[in-house]
Design a binder for this molecule. Structure first.
Ligand code: SF4
Length: 224
C-alpha cells in the first residue's frame, strides 16, 4: 500500500477525531459494497470532488490559489494511483489514445523511489497524459491526488525544473484526504501512476494473443 504522503499526514493527524474518522469509515463501508473496480474508482472520484468543492468554492481561496489550466508543474511530479484508478487510465490507451510508452517505462522503472524519479530530466518526468498544450487528456478520470493538491500563493513554489521541490503551502483538503486514505486501504494495489499503469498494460499483453498493430507489444516484450 502506497498511501500518498499528504493524505497520510492528514490521516495521522486526524484519525483520533471522531468527525474525520467517520468520513474514512463511511467511505470504506461504501466501497466495500461496490464490486466493479471502475465503478469503485468513479465513486471515489465523485466523493473527493464533493469534498474538494466545499473547500475550493470559498471566494477567498479562489483568490489565493494560483492553480490554473495550463500550469503543469504538478504533472511533472511522481503521482500516485490505486489499481482501480490506473485501470480507468488504461482504458484510454486500450481505446486508442497514444502515449509515449518509452517515457512511461522509464518512469515506471523508477518504482516508488521519489529521489530516483526526480533525477530524471524535467521532460522525462512529464506525465504521459499531459498534452503538448498543457492540458490533462484524462481529466475526467484523473487520479484523486490530481484532483486534490493545490497550492496557496505563488505557483513558482511548485516548479521542480531546478529543485525537487520547495516547501509547498498546500490547501488543506482534510475530508478528501481521509477519503483518499480509505481508497488506498481498500484498493487491491497501489503505487505510482507509471508503475501501476505499465503493470496493467503488461498484464493485458500477457492475456491477449498478439494482434496487428499495438506498438506497446514491442516495448513490453523487450522489457520482459
Ligand atoms: S493524470 Fe492529468 S492531472 Fe494527473 S499528472 Fe497526469 S496530466 Fe496531470
Amino acid at each position: 500500500m502506497n498511501v500518498p504522503a499528504i493524505a497520510k499526514q492528514t490521516f495521522e493527524r486526524l484519525k483520533s477525531n471522531p468527525f474525520y474518522l467517520a468520513i474514512s469509515q463511511s467511505i470504506l463501508s461504501h466501497i466495500e459494497k461496490i464490486h466493479n473496480s471502475r465503478e469503485k474508482a468513479r465513486f471515489l472520484h465523485n466523493a473527493v470532488d464533493e469534498y474538494n468543492q466545499e473547500v475550493f468554492s470559498h471566494p477567498l481561496l479562489k483568490a489565493l490559489v494560483p492553480c490554473r489550466a495550463g500550469c503543469t508543474a504538478c504533472c511533472h511530479t511522481q503521482v500516485s494511483t490505486t489499481y482501480e484508478e490506473a485501470l480507468l487510465l488504461s482504458d484510454y490507451i486500450n481505446e486508442g489514445m497514444e502515449i509515449d510508452l518509452n517515457r512511461l517505462k522509464l518512469q515506471s522503472d523508477q518504482g516508488q523511489d521519489a529521489d530516483s524519479y526526480f533525477k530524471l530530466s524535467f521532460q522525462d518526468r512529464k506525465c504521459v497524459f499531459l498534452s503538448e498544450e498543457g492540458s490533462c487528456r484524462v481529466y475526467h478520470d484523473r487520479p484523486m491526488v490530481c484532483r486534490t493538491n493545490a497550492v496557496v500563493g505563488d505557483s513558482k513554489q511548485c516548479d521542480t525544473r531546478f529543485n525537487e521541490s520547495s516547501q509547498l503551502r498546500l490547501v488543506k483538503t482534510e475530508k478528501a484526504d481521509m477519503a483518499i486514505v480509505s481508497a488506498y486501504l481498500a484498493s487491491q494495489e497501489s503505487g505510482t501512476l507509471p508503475s501501476m499503469l505499465f503493470k496493467i498494460l503488461k498484464e493485458k499483453h500477457h492475456r491477449e494473443k498478439p494482434t496487428k498493430k499495438f506498438s506497446l507489444r514491442n516495448l513490453i516484450s523487450k522489457s520482459l
